[in-house]
Design a protein around this ligand. Structure first.
Ligand code: SAH
Ligand code: TRP
Length: 334
């Protein structure tokens, strides 16, 4: 869980690294809290060790997982127009992961000659390390400052400005949908503090549609999402000396029509006791008992607008694809 190896690799390509890496104690606290209450839950950020980040990239290539392709298609069209309209000098990208879609936003700004600084933020040091050399080479002269940190734990270190001009805060991949409504409120409030007049939050969000399309996106036939989901058990086994047997948990993705969200669980196939040695904890599972590992909310425009307004942001523009599968919006400080 240490980004030490990344430091050298990033420095070698001229990327400045700010690391507030996830700690063993944070994982221990989350696991203790999440597995000793009913229903059992685990926070999603623990999926993303090196293998988890690779599995996530593989999810994005599955035929059933439409959000990545839909978002990329929207950005391909919007990117050049946005670059002209915003003339941004700085892009802060939250949850940037392997930054595969970032060039759709950065290229047009770079081509217009306005881009001075790119600030990716992600808990995954390995994803950051893999992505940055390519971006550093693609945007010579652009300052890249990578933050390995939790975007829900305060964005204050990102308030600092080293370049003048408009700033874009990008939050792509419908990662907003992985936050519960109170977390969205806190997140929007923290992002607001990063925005001056003329700056925008560029948000990508999956939209409400038939469960027959949404559910398979979270349960692909090749089993990549199932493997990704079980990865959190491997992380806990390794970091906390636990003995989860991943074969005894099945992956499940179900649409909750009331809350308009996908709920992702690991469900125990049989009764079992799991030992988590580092915590001195024994966790009992009944047959069929589950751990909620992720939610993925799907949005309607009014839901985004209402949450934004409540947090002191205003909806400046809304874009969606022709059949309303995926949307991108621009928010600004109200
Ligand atoms: N933006 C990319 C990746 C989306 S996956 C895309 O659109 O494809 C979500 C990303 O957010 C992962 O890279 C994961 O490591 C990161 N992430 C998840 N929770 C996080 C948190 N609390 N703080 C910072 N990064 C987080
Ligand atoms: N932001 C992505 C989404 O909600 C994250 C994601 C995709 C995910 N597939 C997943 C999270 C499977 C957990 C399990 O679409």
């Amino acid at each position: 869980m240490s980004p030490k190896t990344s430091l050298a690799a990033l420095e070698a390509v001229g990327v400045e690294l700010h690391a507030a890496p996830e700690t063993w104690t944070a994982l221990a606290a989350d696991v203790l809290e999440g597995l000793s209450t009913t229903p059992k839950t685990l926070p999603p950020k623990w999926f993303y060790d090196a293998r988890g980040s690779e599995l996530f990239d593989a999810i994005c290539e599955q035929p059933e997982y439409y959000p990545t392709r839909r978002e990329a298609a929207l950005l391909r069209t919007l990117g050049p127009a946005l670059a002209g309209e915003l003339g941004a000098t700085e892009v802060i990208e939250l949850g940037s992961g392997s930054s595969t879609k970032s060039p759709l936003l950065l290229d047009p700004l770079h081509q217009r000659g306005t881009l001075r600084r790119y600030v990716p933020v992600d808990v995954s040091a390995s994803a950051m390390e893999a992505a940055m050399p390519g971006l550093a080479a693609r945007y010579p002269g652009v300052e890249i400052t990578a933050h390995v940190s939790d975007f829900t734990a305060g964005l204050a270190p990102l308030r600092e400005r080293t370049v003048d001009g408009p700033r874009v805060v990008a939050f792509l991949g419908s990662t907003i949908g992985n936050l519960q409504p109170p977390e969205v409120h806190a997140f929007f409030g923290a992002v607001r503090e990063l925005l001056a007049p003329g700056d925008v939050l560029l948000l990508g969000h999956d939209l409400v549609k038939s469960p027959s399309i949404v559910e398979p996106a979270y349960d692909d036939a090749a089993g990549v999402t199932a493997d990704f989901n079980r990865n959190v058990l491997r992380v806990i086994n390794r970091e906390l000396q636990a003995d989860f047997d991943e074969e005894r948990f099945t992956h499940e993705a179900t649409w909750n029509p009331m809350l308009e969200r996908i709920e992702i669980r690991l469900r125990a196939t049989e009764p079992q006791v799991v030992r988590i040695a580092s915590l001195g904890l024994e966790v009992t599972f009944l047959e069929g008992e589950s751990i909620l590992t992720e939610i993925s909310r799907k949005f309607r425009p009014e839901v985004i607008e209402r949450s934004a307004v409540r947090a002191g942001l205003a909806l400046r523009a809304w874009y969606e694809d022709a059949d309303g599968w995926y949307g991108v919006s621009l928010l600004e400080r109200a």
